[in-house]
Design a protein around this ligand. Structure first.
Ligand SMILES: Nc1ncnc2c1ncn2[C@@H]1O[C@H](COP(=O)(O)OP(=O)(O)OP(=O)(O)O)[C@@H](O)[C@H]1O
Ligand SMILES: [Mg+2]
Length: 454
């Protein structure tokens, strides 16, 4: 994409030399020789960078910065100022200018500042895009369902999102949408611009989890070489999602309880309490009442978490939602695999409806993903739908020596590593590599693409 620069400068020689340099670099340049023309140019277009002279015939650069602020423009600005006006440049930085260069300037020096500024523009853009993508990904309409239990759920989620601070406890079997709902609550609340921090309490050891959540001071334990902030601190103003909270150790349960009661905590090895404003969303697929009976979960913590209890119904109890979700995933995967599926045979729906869905929506999604990938025509037939785990004994055997490490692992990284190893072993031959992983070539290529390995 073209880089667009606006040069606001009344000295034609400077304007000309900047314009020449920028055009050599392939930038699209707009020029303004006074404040009025500058404001017009600002109204008319969007820029990646603005070079702004401090002293213009009809106003100052500071006036322009103020006007930009009022217009809600966040474009990166480099001030150009005479040496005698450095204080004004400092004022400009306070008003949001990115940096300044003093006249007379060395072109090389100036270009270094320009590169840094453009990098910032790029980063800001990425952050904005990421945020809008997340907001889209976690829009209300992403939760599919029309069963009365789901309609009730939408009401609750809606009011919880608006309530901003109340603690939420999400319960439901695996694959029922707890992660999805947690994200939807955050991204539809006034906390959306602040961080959404997500941690799975089972995936890591107790000490590591404690330090992840609460942070530590330098020297708090052998490996603590520097101070580290925990998720609660990093998420200040936002939301912390504690997944699988039912598996938390008793010590950490006590510390979490203390936090929920006081909204304050200490870093490991710290002496002062830190206050933060975060909403806690917890989730579990365990039977917490059983865990309490077995002495593994604190009753008082359950009360604290359960301010807004949300129960996600299992898919098998959601009637026609199975069909609705199937259509939803068919449309997603036919787009993704570029396979236009025009219809699903009634018998195929019937097959889906008659199944128990122990893995709930996640399982349905996987079944449809596979069906779309493997189907030969543009109509999904019962034969395309493979229910139950497709795992064979031989796979089980190979995996026998491969155990989940006690500290857990990053599954995405594992997949990435296996894909690369298979490719290497097959000397780059994708068909052979796919065979090594017992995948079809299409699936294999799809996964390579997902990991940017194509
Ligand atoms: N109602 C829904 N509409 C659309 N997609 C859904 C719905 N519920 C779940 N999904 C999708 O199903 C998959 C599994 O959902 P999610 O990860 O939220 O489940 P979970 O309850 O957190 O499971 P687990 O207990 O195993 O962590 C995700 O891809 C999610 O987007
Ligand atoms: Mg989950």
């Amino acid at each position: 994409m073209n880089i667009r620069v606006l040069i606001i400068e009344d000295e034609s020689l400077i304007r000309w030399s900047l314009q020449q340099k920028f055009q050599q670099r392939g930038y699209e340049v707009t020029e303004a020789e006074n404040g009025e023309a500058a404001l017009e140019a600002l109204q008319a277009g969007e820029y990646d960078l603005i070079m702004l002279d401090y002293k213009l015939p009809d106003m100052t650069g500071l006036d322009i910065l103020r006007r930009m602020r009022d217009m809600g423009k966040e474009t990166v600005v480099i001030m150009i100022t005479a040496f005698s006006n450095i204080e004004d440049a400092v004022e400009a930085i306070k008003l949001g200018a990115f940096d300044y260069v003093a006249k007379p300037f060395q072109m090389d020096q100036l270009l270094i500042t320009v590169d840094k500024a453009l990098e910032t523009t790029q980063l800001r853009r990425q952050v904005r895009e990421l945020r809008s993508r997340l907001q889209h990904e976690f829009g209300f309409d992403r939760i599919i369902g029309q069963h009365p239990s789901m309609l009730q759920l939408f009401d609750v989620i809606n009011s919880v999102a608006r309530s901003s601070s109340s603690t939420v406890f999400l319960r439901g079997e695996t694959g029922t949408g707890k992660d999805l709902v947690a994200g939807v609550i955050h991204y539809n609340s006034d906390r959306a611009p602040k961080p959404f921090m997500n941690i799975t309490c089972t995936a890591i050891s107790e000490t590591l989890l404690e330090s992840e959540l609460f942070g530590h001071e330098k020297g708090a334990f052998t490996d603590a070489r520097a101070q580290k902030k925990g998720l609660f601190e990093l998420a200040d103003g936002g939301t912390v999602f504690l997944d699988e909270v039912g598996d938390m150790s008793p010590t950490l349960q006590a510390k979490l309880l203390h936090f929920l009661e006081n909204r304050r905590f200490r870093r490991i090895g710290g002496s002062t309490e830190i206050s933060v404003d975060v909403r806690v969303i917890a989730a579990t697929n365990r039977d917490i009442e059983e865990a309490i009976k077995a002495g593994q979960f604190r009753k008082d913590l359950l009360y604290r978490l359960n301010v807004v209890p949300i129960f996600l119904p299992p898919l098998r109890e959601r009637g026609d939602d199975v069909r609705l979700l199937a259509d939803h995933f068919v449309s997603i995967y036919s787009r993704e695999f570029k396979k236009p599926i025009t219809a699903v045979q009634p018998e195929a729906y019937a097959k889906l409806a008659g199944y128990g869905w122990p893995g709930n929506v996640r399982e349905l999604r996987n079944v449809i993903e596979r069906a779309v990938l493997l189907c030969k025509e543009d109509v999904l037939k019962p034969a395309d739908i493979v229910l139950g785990s497709g795992q064979t004994a031989s796979v089980e055997d190979t995996l026998a020596g491969l155990d989940l490490p006690p500290g857990g692992l990053d599954f995405d990284q594992l997949e990435n590593k296996m894909l690369r190893q298979a490719l290497a072993r097959a000397a780059g031959n994708q068909t052979k590599a796919a065979k090594l992983l017992n995948l079809s070539r299409d699936t294999f290529r799809y996964r390579l693409e997902k990991h940017n390995l194509l």
